[in-house]
Write a protein that binds this ligand. Structure first.
Ligand SMILES: Nc1nc2c(ncn2[C@@H]2O[C@H](COP(=O)(O)OP(=O)(O)O)[C@@H](O)[C@H]2O)c(=O)[nH]1
Ligand SMILES: [Mg+2]
Length: 362
């Protein structure tokens, strides 16, 4: 970071640093991490319209602050989302999933390079749904993304869920909206870990990329985790290593086993890459473009996005309901109901009916 810049510029620079250095302080809804309070919970009374305007102009600081409002579940979150709504829908969201160490961050970084060469603005969101802490994996991501740290056409942000159930499902789509409104043409969402949460993230992407690498026992893992169903594009990374062809063959075989495709259906391609050297990345971009075109031709994209929005609404509604259930109101009292169930004077189903009825009248 240069010290010789003008104040305005150095502020921008500082915020670019911010977006990297805050990468592991993402708080789940309703919580914040102590040391980063200042950043994750911007002071009250943020001028949302101004912030949104600045984000639209592509100012990294404004983008970073909007995402912080999202992560910190700011009271102004609703205002932010209302202001962003008309500005979204322009970005193409690509999800990258796969086991830790397979090369997601390296591949993401290489994709950023490719998209930047094509003049596209890129947002990167690295999310860690598996761990309550953002440890080594995200730290490594920062190193692998660092070459883009000073590029004003790239926003990079990491989020950890800190073990908060549903936290990621809740926060990630909102962060994607911020990047979308900020004018990103492409948003790359990298998830760490394998499992259900990863599948959920894939549901938020327009196109899902599943990465594998030779010698990681990935084929079996992939089948177990059900990620063979979510890939629109498969990448066998580390093709410089022995066994890449075997992994690709095994994958091809496994994908074929589950085949019940009609003519015209999408057949997920398998692309071999050496992400560390940027090899095969153009082919990945080509596969992503093809998938996008395929979806647009058939209205699949619109359907996917509507499904995504439905899940998003559902998640927000459930989060709201859960909060109301656990906060006693005038007509409902969960602890009191629980006590009656324990005493045997009420059955849990009747108790639940009472609770649900009370929630809608309270
Ligand atoms: N040999 C080889 N190593 C790679 C390749 N791509 C990434 N790596 C290395 O694999 C390690 C994990 O990469 P990373 O991108 O952090 O994986 P992630 O955990 O999936 O994000 C790093 O040391 C990378 O340098 C590749 O194509 N070939
Ligand atoms: Mg990574």
């Amino acid at each position: 970071m240069s010290k010789g810049r003008t104040r305005a510029v150095s502020e921008e620079r500082a915020s670019e640093h911010d977006r990297l250095s805050t990468s592991d302080v993402g708080a789940p809804p309703g919580r914040s991490s102590g040391g980063s309070r200042r950043r994750t919970e911007p002071r009250k009374g943020v001028d949302v319209p101004l912030l949104v305007e600045q984000a639209r102009e592509g100012r990294p600081r404004a983008v970073a602050r909007l995402i912080s409002l999202v992560e910190g579940a700011s009271p102004q979150l609703r205002e932010v989302m209302a202001a962003l709504a008309p500005l979204t829908g322009g970005a193409y969201v690509v999800g990258l999933t796969g086991s830790p160490g397979v090369g997601k961050s390296t591949c993401t970084s290489a994709l950023v390079t490719a998209y930047r060469k094509a003049g596209r603005r890129v947002g990167v969101l690295a999310v860690d749904p598996s761990s309550p802490f953002s440890g080594g994996a995200l730290l490594g991501d920062r190193v692998r993304m660092s070459e883009h740290a000073s590029d004003p056409g790239v926003y990079i942000r990491s989020m950890a869920t800190r073990g908060h159930l549903g936290g990621l499902a809740w926060a990630a789509p909102q962060a994607i909206r911020v990047l979308d409104a900020a004018g990103c043409d492409v948003i790359l969402v990298e998830t760490v870990g394998v499992g259900q949460s990863e599948v959920e993230i894939a549901a938020q992407a327009d196109t899902s990329v599943v990465l594998l690498a030779p010698g990681m026992g990935d084929g079996i893992q992939a089948a177990k985790a059900g990620i063979l169903e979510i890939g629109d594009v498969y990448v066998v990374n580390k093709a410089d290593r022995d066994g890449a062809d075997a992994t690709a063959r095994e994958l091809n075989h496994m994908l074929g086993l589950g085949e019940s495709r009609a003519p015209g259906d999408w057949r997920p391609p398998i692309v071999k890459t050496v992400a560390a050297r940027g090899e095969g990345i153009d082919e990945v971009v080509e596969a992503l473009d093809k998938h996008r075109a395929w979806m647009e031709e058939r209205d699949v994209l619109a359907t996917r996005r509507t499904t995504r929005a439905a899940r998003e609404i559902e998640t927000i509604a459930l989060t709201t309901l859960r909060a109301r259930i656990t906060t006693p109101g005038p007509a409902h009292d969960l602890p009191a109901l629980a006590q009656r169930v324990t005493q045997g004077t009420l059955d849990p189903y009747t108790a639940a009916d009472t609770l649900v009825a009370a929630l809608t009248t309270d």
